[in-house]
Design a protein around this ligand. Structure first.
Ligand code: PEP
Ligand code: MG
Length: 583
């Protein structure tokens, strides 16, 4: 039995047969038109650059950990292969000569190289084939947006492990009946983790060196709450696992009983609990779990799981379907939040040296106005069907919000000219995700009808700690005194301006933080649907004064560890059933 530590990315327990996902990428022949050749060549160059950047990063990590070891030199060799004439020039030649897609051309170039290697007699050089394979598959994955194939072979109930998984992998594997995941890369707020949480599938990320220990077919337990993976658990552990799973079920049944009851404190302070969703399939679950509304509909997934762009009509139908499924409750659609950690295959996003600070999110939408306008047209049209709101991600200042509003006004005029039914009075909101937006909440209030704090990004930008980078995960902390001050200031400014303020980052759905958020003045929280019953249960057993007292105490403390200690102790004392030693 071996225990591997990682980061709890999605809570819950799963036990099953381990299945490694990382096989050969299947590529179909795809012919292109002559005027698409340049675009395919650019896609290929882009994939090479991304592969090189990834290898450079791994190289740096290994160099820091083990010095200039063997693996380090292999990665250097892999990076050199990215410039290999047989690979690069041959792929370009095939794209141009045969007018085929970059991935098909690359697959053919790789196959040609493999034939040459297969005929080499020296076993050492023949073995280098696997290096070509690894590098080739990496470029192909980057070309295809890291969507590994081969879901069909994964048995139902299996626990899938991989170096990395995309949101699309989680979605499709979840649908195929997989019971849990663990990965070497990623973190708590990667989009793969968000989707796993949304679907209620346990996941542990950032598990180092697992390939040394685990093979497909082993029995494995994934503990998404603790961030632990147990390989070949002994009988006693398996029994404990079964006990905990049974207890979780009892608790879920208890919480489900309060489904119809409002989320109000014992002294009758009403809190709005909304759902964060990515997929239409999650809406019935959200209603079932007691969501008052959808507080954040992430629309990227309409773009991420495919190689062509969605049309305006498709987006309109999608929004209408969401509104209908919510049966009169409001839905806040967030405009495209592409870039950074969300890279689509259907469009090219210039990444720059620092994607998190680059052309992502609303910046990308304002750069690709055609995409932005098509999405806005769809939303304004759908608003004629039900209570829809539009929210804009990563707003950094008033000027940006004004440009956004101008585009919205222009889109409405265009719809009127086209004679299409729409509602031009849709409320518009800004996400508070950058320190600049947080500092000028009062000014943004004049430009918006509502605001919502996106803590996942706000924490990353306020603490300058990449939300995806497990090396700086120790810095990324929702209870950092700076984050508490930001939240307090934002809520106060919005309240003074009389503008609705919500929180839709992950912090909102963590029941350990419910008192902190109530005490800081928040009355509207949007979270992964599965978190709603537990957060509601905490709120319904709380007097507002208790939460305010906790905040008064922690706001004077100086480090996130001190604050966490007080918060955990207080919550465990007050809610022993909800926060057990094991939770
Ligand atoms: C956030 O940043 O808190 C947020 C809700 O947006 P996302 O996680 O999609 O970036
Ligand atoms: Mg965000």
């Amino acid at each position: 039995m071996i225990r591997l530590a990682g980061v709890g990315a999605s809570p819950g327990l799963a036990m099953g047969v381990a299945h490694f996902l990382g096989g050969r990428v299947e590529v179909q022949e795809r012919r292109i038109f002559a005027d698409e050749v340049d675009q395919e060549l650019r896609r290929f160059e882009d994939a090479l650059a991304r592969s090189d950047a990834q290898l450079r990063r791994i190289q740096q990590q290994i160099a820091e950990q083990v010095g200039d070891g063997q693996e380090y030199r292999i990665l250097e060799a892999h990076r050199m292969m990215l410039a290999d004439v047989h690979l690069v020039e041959e792929t370009g030649k095939i794209i141009r000569g045969d007018q085929v897609s970059a991935e098909w051309a690359l697959r053919r170039a790789l196959d040609q190289i493999q034939v040459v290697f297969a005929s080499i007699e020296d076993p050492y050089f023949r073995e280098r084939r696997s290096d070509i394979d690894m590098i080739g598959e990496r470029i192909l994955r980057n070309l295809l947006g890291m969507t590994p194939p081969g879901y069909e072979g994964v048995p139902k109930g299996a626990v899938v492990f991989a170096h990395d998984l995309s949101p699309a992998d989680i979605t499709q594997l979840g649908r195929a009946g997989v019971s849990g995941f663990f990965t070497e890369g990623g973190g708590r707020t990667s989009h793969a983790a968000l989707v796993a949480r949304a679907l209620g599938l346990p996941m542990v990320a950032g598990v180092r060196d697992f390939t040394k220990h685990i093979r497909t077919g082993m029995t494995v337990i994934v503990d998404g709450g603790r961030g632990e993976v147990i390989l070949e658990p002994d009988f006693g552990i398996q029994e404990r696992f079964a006990d905990r799973a049974a207890r979780d079920l009892v608790q879920a049944e208890r919480l489900a009983k309060a489904r119809e009851a409002p989320a109000a404190t014992l002294d009758n302070v009403r809190v709005q609990l909304a759902a964060n969703v990515e997929l239409l399939e999650e809406i019935p679950v959200s209603v079932e779990l007691g969501a008052d509304s959808v507080g954040l509909f992430r629309t990227e997934f309409l773009y991420l799981e495919r190689s062509t762009l969605p049309t305006e009509e498709e987006q309109y139908q999608h929004a209408v379907a969401a509104l209908r499924a919510m049966e009169g409750r409001s839905v806040i659609f967030r405009t495209l939040d592409l870039g950074g950690d969300k890279m689509p295959t259907s469009v090219r996003i210039p990444t720059g040296n620092n994607p998190a600070l680059g052309l992502r999110s609303i910046r990308y939408s304002l750069w690709r106005r055609d995409l932005f306008r098509s999405q806005l047209r769809a939303f304004y049209r759908a608003a004629a069907v039900g209570p829809l709101r539009i929210m804009f991600p990563l707003i950094s200042g008033v000027a940006e919000m004004r440009v956004v509003r101008e585009v919205c006004a222009d889109v409405c005029q265009e719809l009127a000219r086209d004679g299409l039914e729409h509602d031009a009075k849709v409320p518009l909101g800004a996400m508070i995700e950058t320190p600049s937006a947080a500092m000028i909440t009062d000014l943004l209030c004049d430009e918006c009808e509502f605001l919502s704090i996106g803590t996942n990004d706000l924490i990353q930008y306020a603490l300058a700690a990449d939300r995806q980078d497990e090396n700086v995960g120790y810095l990324y902390h929702p209870l950092h005194p700076a984050i508490l001050r930001f939240i307090r200031a934002v809520v106060k400014a919005a309240d003074q301006c009389g503008k609705p303020i919500a929180m839709c980052g992950d912090m909102a759905g963590d029941p350990r933080f419910s008192w902190v958020l109530l005490g800081l003045g928040l009355r509207s929280l949007s979270m992964a649907p599965r978190q709603i019953p537990m957060v509601k249960s905490i709120i319904r057993s709380t007097r507002l004064g208790e939460a305010e007292k906790l905040v008064e105490e922690i706001i004077t403390l100086r480090t996130e560890d001190e604050i966490e200690e007080v918060v955990n102790r207080t919550m465990k004392q007050r809610f022993p059933l909800e926060f057990t030693e094991e939770s």
